[in-house]
Design a protein around this ligand. Structure first.
Ligand code: TZD
Ligand code: CA
Length: 537
């Protein structure tokens, strides 16, 4: 469907044309009066995904942007809508999601008197969670500003941008000069030099025990196969960097060691045996727990390949090469003069525990889930208790790119909405969301969007009755007596029903198997399974 730009000369019509150019025809939003003039005459080739709360809007858009790799349009209501979305924006910022966040501003003539719904100091509001924030100084600049917002969001290092747009701008005529915006292309040509690549290839080839630590950028750039080629050629073990938003490596590959721990001391312990540590597409390193120690084993050398200039600047140790990760990885494999290396032995799987009546241990649950899930499954995970995390990585196999999404800033409220966004982005795959009974509440309204959009996400809510992750931290910090750690009395099946989502409860493996199979057979509607797991696991 084309908007007749010749007959409708408005900034609004032009903006929709601009969004088409970038494939941004899915708009995630929650509207208010400031946004209605943008949404007026909403073109029929666009779809509007309504979220009932801006946290869910942002989470869905984040999932969609990560899974498509494309700039994604978000439309929020002024300051209040932006404020509600800020928690979710922490994850989008951290996972470098190219979100173009727009918010409706009061009419220009009413901003000065701070009329109701004025977004006061609008450009400061989303800082520091967006990489560029702007309010055009006049209506005529709106198209250029949006074009810049799209480019800024996608150019290295990608990340969310923000534009505040007064609502009386949309009906203004577009300046003829803006037509250039529809024709221009911005391409990044940065490639590592041959000598730089060769120097690193030589270091790796001479290393006695090299190791790879991989992160989000590998998966975001679909460089997973290049990472496998590198691991095979080097015969090196592979770790996933801590708290990453995506899984960069097939978890059933013999080299795969799991996810690095989250403290300085433990990371150093895990890397003890290695002399050259090549980190690709991840920060060096993203710690969480405060356990001081040496950053690195004695004599170990860190090489970090990343597209993220800030992370290269911020890293407290190691050499960094800032480049397109996919290109550099491919060049590095080709430059590596090595043959005949053998792969490490795969790590052993833990033995499965016996279930006590009334609950399924996460280890057993994920073992079963892994057996029943289809080949093309994509997981969105937001369950953080130590036993759950461990069980996930020991039992769940992921072999394809874009198989795993996680809120890497730790801002809860991502999982449920992001699962909807990922499923919208990847209709040919099946999304399974693994969500804690605490986390689920922060993004719960996305259940409604899932039902209305008829996406077949399978939501698995792990009901362990508590904020399991906080219990671990409580004992670490000597704060076991903290109030506010348990979440009893939640009935997710009733909540699901209220939002129009079918559901069932399981407290043993057999019941879970039946429900999961039923959910799989339901291909155009979401399904929620509330699973009882042991307290705190
Ligand atoms: N609020 C927000 C928006 N984000 C947070 N990360 C927290 C609070 C603090 N928090 C964590 O960091 S983990 C966690 C909380 C409350 C517990 C999550 O509980 P859960 O998962 O039931 O979802 P587990 O498996 O029981 O830990
Ligand atoms: Ca829990």
């Amino acid at each position: 469907m084309d908007i007749p730009i010749m007959t409708d000369n408005s900034i609004r019509a032009f903006t929709y044309e601009l969004l088409r150019k970038y494939g941004m025809t899915t708009v995630f939003g929650n509207p208010g009066s400031n946004e209605l003039p943008f949404l007026k005459n909403f073109p029929s080739d666009f779809r509007y995904i309504l979220g009932l709360h801006e946290g869910a809007v942002m989470g869905m858009a984040d999932g969609y942007a990560m899974a498509t790799g494309r700039p994604t349009m978000v439309n929020l209501h002024a300051a209040a809508g932006t404020g509600n979305a800020m928690g979710a924006l922490t994850n989008a910022h951290c996972s470098q999601s190219p979100l173009v966040v727009t918010a409706g501003q009061q009419a220009r003539n009413l901003i000065g008197v701070e009329a109701m719904l004025t977004n006061v100091n609008s450009t400061l509001l989303p800082l520091p969670l967006v990489k560029w924030s702007f309010e055009p100084a006049e209506a005529a600049d709106v198209p250029r500003a949006l074009s810049q917002a799209i480019q800024e969001a996608t150019l290295p290092t990608p990340g969310p941008t923000y534009v505040s747009i007064p609502h009386n701008d949309w009906d203004e005529d577009v300046d003829a000069n803006m037509a250039h915006l529809l024709r221009r292309e911005v391409v990044v040509g940065a490639e590592p030099s041959r000598s730089q690549i060769q120097a690193w290839a030589d270091l790796l080839a001479q290393a006695k025990s090299p190791v790879l630590v991989l992160g989000r950028e590998v998966d975001a750039q679909n460089a997973n196969a290049d990472a496998v080629r590198l691991a095979n050629k080097l015969g090196a073990p592979v770790w996933m960097a801590p708290s990453e938003s995506r899984c960069p490596f097939p978890t059933n590959h013999p080299s795969f060691r799991g996810v690095l721990p989250i403290s300085i001391r433990e990371v150093c312990e895990r890397l003890e045996k290695y002399d050259v540590i090549l980190v690709v597409g991840a920060p060096v390193f993203r710690y969480h727990k405060d356990m001081p120690g040496n950053y690195l084993p004695q004599g170990a050398r860190v090489l970090s390949l990343t597209g993220d200039t800030h992370q290269a600047a911020r890293a407290p140790f190691g050499d960094a090469l800032v480049s397109n990760v996919k290109r550099a990885l491919a060049c590095l494999v080709d430059a590596l003069d090595l043959t005949g290396r053998t792969l490490p032995e795969p790590i052993e799987k833990p033995t499965l525990p016996a279930d006590l009546p009334g609950a399924i241990h996460p280890e057993n649950l994920f073992h079963l889930l892994n057996r029943l899930a289809p080949e093309n499954v994509t997981y969105v995970k937001e369950a953080t208790a130590p036993a759950t995390k461990k069980a996930f990585w020991s039992q769940i196999q992921m072999t394809q790119p874009s198989s795993y999404f996680f809120p890497s800033a730790g801002g809860l409220g991502f999982g449920l909405p992001a699962a909807v966004g990922v499923q919208l982005a990847l209709p040919d795959r099946r999304v399974v969301a693994i969500i804690g009974d605490g986390s689920a509440n922060y993004g719960i309204t996305a259940l409604w969007s899932a039902a209305q959009c008829q996406v077949p996400v399978i939501f698995i809510i792990l009901k362990n009755g508590t904020y399991g992750a906080l219990r671990e931290f409580a004992s670490l910090l000597g704060a076991e007596d903290s109030p506010g750690l348990d979440v009893p009395g939640l009935d997710f099946c009733s909540i699901a029903r209220g939002y129009g989502v079918d559901s069932g409860t399981a407290d043993n493996a057999e019941a879970f198997g039946c429900l999961f199979t039923q959910a799989l057979n339901q291909s155009a509607r979401p399904f929620l399974i509330e699973v009882s797991t042991p307290f705190g696991k």
